[in-house]
Design a protein around this ligand. Structure first.
Ligand code: FAD
Ligand code: NAG
Length: 646
């Protein structure tokens, strides 16, 4: 009986364990969901841009009977915001070509798309990849130049489509390769017998008019269009063409006729064809979406609904110019759980950058106890590595986070860095805030390190920005600025703070009035007079001492605002909890080695213990049953009843 009670205890423990495991997953899923819905992307259904995601990406671009142009973008990246209207215009401009090529986009800022963006080696945004018609799985597609405006993009695409056809792909597409023969009769061989009209567009070899018109009319089945280039001299002579572009109509009876062109453009040629066809009673409807739109000058995000405000209209003003714990934590999480894992492989310079970054975070990033241990653990593990893939780093980050959950002190959302619309601010704002906070606390905290280096924070930041930051243009600017203003030659910790302050103001100056500027948060030379009147003299020149003390009081731990963070409730328990966090942090790091054993037990380890326990207990039970059965045989024939009596 005793053995069975033991077994019952054990089963109970096992069931509890299962329940515990069950309870972990909904949490994790809940977090993921809020994260992906938080990123609404830059496109919606009305934009004629196919929205791809991790679920439909591969099934769309591979083995398709059209080719695909994919924009890999990032919903917070300034260049992507500026590029989105161009991409929308482009897709609208070639909407009639959609059976030949699909224009699409995928948001790499969405956590769910992380594996896809890593796999396709998207190292800057926006990045365009072209996937050929009927492409096999495994190809990464072809990186295509962005092109500064819609017509350049269309030309680049036409070039690509022409190559495809010359290489024998896209056999169902209309033929955009120039007609090479010198006689006109054989042109009818490729034409269905019911088609009565063939148009020839004569143009110079580097013109895109012919191909564009052919593609525009690809779904019109009453006529046939080919292009002829001016280097086909024989045919030009036969057709008596001397001016390019020219439009010649051929009919089955062998007659040919030169049609006037109103303007030597895609629209002009299209119109001439349309008018001729309508004169013979065939009306060709053109989609209005195809009209050449004037270059889009509309402000980015004009049509985007404002964020659900919930009284947060002038929200940050209510608190003044402060740092929010949740902004810091959200930037941290996006950076380590999303942005770093986008790298395919982290080694060499990248790995050095990662180690420096984690080292700085583990020492200076203010978090609650579990968070501090979490960062130290990541740092300790990465410190020993010689390389790690982005995917493995992501697994490490996520599993460590689950294990030590809750690491973050609230539901991560932007507070101070929230934009007036979903497309503004967010992550880059969070990242600036985090690095300012780090430079200040590096200077303010009294714990001096063994290997003292005044540029420590800036070095970590430089490494992060140039190796991992998703905004490649920003990184290029930053590296250029670092070089010019001698980032690594800062003399002391205060210099660290001021260097970053100046650098940030330089960026603010460049971006003032830019399309990415949030109208409710103008780029100012910071700090503004409203927040720090003492920071400038009567001539408006900076008083750096005053600036320094302003920055110190804003960004130091004691200044952090815990709005919506669970740390706030600790505060109610009394005391300066920030200093308390720091103390805990220091205590925990000095005891790290002795505590390590405890933290090294992962869910996996525990599972193994449980499994072993179950197995040995089962064997024990089986032996026991066998024993009992043997004895029972003499008294009662059924094992069944034996259990029945228990
Ligand atoms: C390293 C880096 C380089 C970037 N380079 C570019 C670029 O080249 N092109 C581009 O389009 N975007 C760039 N960005 C993004 C851009 O700087 C902004 O982050 C983004 O436009 C969001 O702006 P924001 O209004 O939220 O304020 P941010 O500029 O992000 O500032 C965040 C907060 O920091 C505080 N702050 C502002 N200025 C200072 C200062 N001088 N010192 C201390 N605190 C300050 C303010 O409280 C402000 O609200 C870069 C971002 C980073 C992190
Ligand atoms: C991906 O997009 C498809 C089609 O828009 C949608 O049905 C699906 O739910 C999306 N998947 C994810 C994970 O968002």
């Amino acid at each position: 009986m005793k053995r069975f009670r033991h077994f019952a205890y054990f089963i109970e423990a096992f069931v509890l364990y299962l329940i515990a495991i069950e309870n972990v997953s909904p949490n994790v899923i809940g977090k993921k969901e809020s994260e992906s819905t938080g990123n609404l992307g830059l496109y919606n259904a009305s934009d004629h841009v196919v929205i791809l995601n991790a679920t439909n990406f591969k099934s769309s671009v591979y083995g398709s009977n059209s080719s695909w142009l994919v924009e890999f973008y990032n919903s917070w990246c300034g260049h992507c915001l500026r590029y989105a209207p161009v991409w929308k215009d482009f897709s609208r401009n070639i909407l009639a070509w959609r059976d030949v090529v699909k224009v699409s986009a995928i948001d790499c800022a969405d956590d769910d798309n992380n594996p896809i963006c890593r796999e396709y080696e998207v190292m800057y945004y926006p990045m365009l990849r072209y996937f050929s018609v009927d492409l096999k799985q495994g190809s990464l597609g072809l990186v295509i130049e962005k092109g500064k405006d819609v017509s350049t993009m269309r030309h680049n695409l036409v070039k690509q489509l022409e190559i495809e056809q010359q290489e024998g792909r896209g056999s169902t597409w209309p033929n955009i390769v120039p007609y090479r023969k010198s006689e006109l009769e054989s042109i009818w061989k490729a034409v269905k017998s019911e088609i009565k009209y063939t148009f020839l567009i004569f143009e110079t070899p580097n013109s895109y008019v012919g191909s564009s018109v052919i593609l525009d009319f690809q779904n019109v089945h009453d006529m046939h269009i080919r292009r002829v280039t001016s280097d086909n001299e024989l045919l030009c002579v036969t057709a008596k063409v001397t001016k390019f572009p020219s439009l010649i109509l051929l009919q089955r009876d062998g007659s040919q006729k030169s049609l006037g062109i109103k303007a030597p453009t895609r629209e002009g040629v299209r119109k001439s064809i349309q008018e001729y066809m309508s004169s013979v009673g065939i009306n060709i409807e053109m989609m209005d979406t195809m009209e050449e739109y004037p270059e889009d000058n509309s402000k980015v995000g004009e049509n985007d609904e404002k964020q659900e405000s919930g009284g947060s209209e002038n929200f940050p003003d209510k608190f003044g110019d402060v740092v929010f714990q949740l902004d810091l934590e959200k930037a941290l999480r996006y950076s380590i759980a999303h942005e770093i894992p986008l790298s395919k492989m982290i080694d060499r310079e990248k790995l050095v950058a990662l180690k420096n970054y984690l080292s700085v975070l583990a020492t200076y990033f203010p978090m609650q106890q579990t968070g501090v241990v979490y960062l130290s653990t990541l740092h300790d593990i990465i410190k020993e590595k010689r390389n790690i893939s982005g995917a493995d780093f992501r697994r490490l980050v996520v599993s460590t986070e689950e294990e030590m959950s809750p690491v973050y002190s609230g539901n991560l959302e932007w507070i101070g860095c929230k934009g007036s619309s979903k497309i503004y601010r967010g992550y880059p704002c969070g990242l600036w805030t985090m690095f300012h906070m780090l430079t200040v606390n590096f200077a303010v905290q009294s714990f001096k390190e063994v290997e003292y280096n005044p540029a420590k924070i800036l070095r970590a930041m430089y490494g992060y920005i140039t190796n991992f930051f998703g905004c490649a243009e920003c990184a290029r600017h930053f590296a250029e600025m670092a070089n010019r203003s001698k980032i690594f030659e800062v003399k002391n910790e205060d210099d660290n703070i001021l260097w970053l302050w100046r650098a940030h103001n330089e960026v603010n100056e460049r971006l003032a009035g830019d399309a990415t500027e949030d109208p409710q948060h103008k780029k100012i030379q910071y700090p503004g007079a409203k927040d720090c009147s003492a920071c400038r003299d009567e001539n408006g020149n900076w008083k750096e001492d005053a600036v320094l003390s302003y920055l110190k009081s804003k960004y130091r731990y004691e200044g952090i605002n815990f709005y919506k963070s669970s740390i706030k409730s600790k505060e109610e328990a009394g005391g300066h909890n920030v200093t308390k966090i720091r103390k805990e942090r220091l205590v925990s790091s000095s005891f790290m080695s002795s505590r390590k054993l405890g933290w090294d037990f992962t869910i996996f380890d525990i599972s193994i213990c449980v499994v072993l326990y179950v197995m040995s207990a089962t064997i024990l039970i089986l032996v026991c049953i066998k024993f009992a059965v043997k004895r029972g045989y003499r008294k009662k024939p059924y094992v069944h009843s034996f259990f029945g009596r228990v």
